[in-house]
Design a protein around this ligand. Sequence first.
Ligand SMILES: Cc1cc2nc3c(=O)[nH]c(=O)nc-3n(C[C@H](O)[C@H](O)[C@H](O)COP(=O)(O)O)c2cc1C
Length: 462
Amino acid sequence: MTGRRLPGPHRGTGPTHEIPRSPASDVLFPAGLWAEAVYSRRAIPATLAEGHAAPGRNEAEIDPFPRGSRFPLMPPPLHLPPPPEFPADPADPSDPAVVSALLHYSYGLLQHDLTPGGWPLHRAVASARCRYPSELTLVTPTGALRFDPLHHQLMFLPSSVTGIQCAESESASRFVVITSRFARTARLYGDYAPRLCAQEAGMLLGAVHLVASALGLRTRPGQDRRTLNDLCAPWLPTAGEHPMGYLELERSTSSGGPVDACPQRPAGQAWPPPDLASVLRARHSGATLFDPEPASAARELTGDLEAALAAAPFSDFSCHLLARSITNLAPGHYIHSEGRLRQVGEGDPLASLERIGQSEGRVSMNFRSTVCVAYLAVRRGTAVARYGDDAFRRLHLGAGAAAHLICVVAARHGLAARVHNGFDAATAERLLGLIPDEETVIFQVAVGAARPSASFRLPVVF
Ligand SMILES: Cc1cc2nc3c(=O)[nH]c(=O)nc-3n(C[C@H](O)[C@H](O)[C@H](O)COP(=O)(O)O)c2cc1C
């Protein structure tokens, strides 16, 4: 190993087999959340329907952005060419141009919606009602830098300064760390917020991993709790912001474990897509009510899905695709495994979609004109036995990353993708044939052609 590691994180410890039990006040994701949030959505306050704050929540809870010296980032490039198939050297994660592109296309501000009364600011990743509870921090050998997407700047977190000299830091890895401020989402969603924040942290990790691969960076995604806590310890506030996930950006070819270097592409499929930047600028979740225009997707959509999911940062999920309207693909139930979509059920899945996609006794969107709907399932039973309360974070991280990739595949084909929590997990388990008491669905992503709407979104260029 030639690359010096950052101080702090325990490396190579791998997953612990002890069930972590912490004091109740420390438990971010108490066991009850599976039932309260994933199965019933009971924790969503009724006030949300009218757009009022959840009971007991107010703006004062949303802590302001931390203060510190600010550094403008270089303007991000308008296009991201695909990295060479066999690069001589990986990209350099300390190169300012690489850092700017990585942060902007992972979590930057990409669109401004001018519709009165709408949600004006849209970023590279979807967020429930645009609350954006996640934060991105770049941990370098000399300190931690918080990304401010609104100004396309980095901000030095003073408590993180290490005093390490530049020469010493040359070959060390950098880490992109994801934290979450639950209060931002809780203001609207009350006690349902931890579920959304866990989903969104996973989606953001998928975004950083995807853009890093497009830039030719060598990465190592991690779920390990101890490494995550060690990375955050020097700079994370003691309250209000929670460690969620990280991605290591390697500087040298040395390895302490499996590294994602230019992920293998299935023959004939280009993933990440050429000019990922344009695809990400086109990504969107559709109108307030997901009511797409009837349309068929090109068959290449399934090839892209296979390639994207095969290159996902984690593999602890399975993807069930209920396909309705894809050219030259028989409607039916498909499961993604080993980089391929395998058909396991025939016929139009509309009836199943309308039974699964229920929220408060109503069908939650217009499934009749969707192209397809993806359900991401996880092995909850095994994960809880192994990781205890931390299973919630870990599983949402893996499935969330895959959910973002599905959104990007849809965007590549000119379609909208809607992450929608209006589904009945128990019905999904039954109709998708999941293993009872073991597997459950934690993401529903509907894909369709958005109708022209009153909203008017402008691209944001820094
Ligand atoms: C984790 C998550 C859960 C969501 N749940 C719902 C939902 O239950 N119902 C809904 O209509 N939209 C839902 N959305 C969609 C968001 O409101 C949408 O992504 C947001 O308006 C941002 O739009 P954009 O992705 O086009 O920027 C969800 C999004 C995320 C990320």
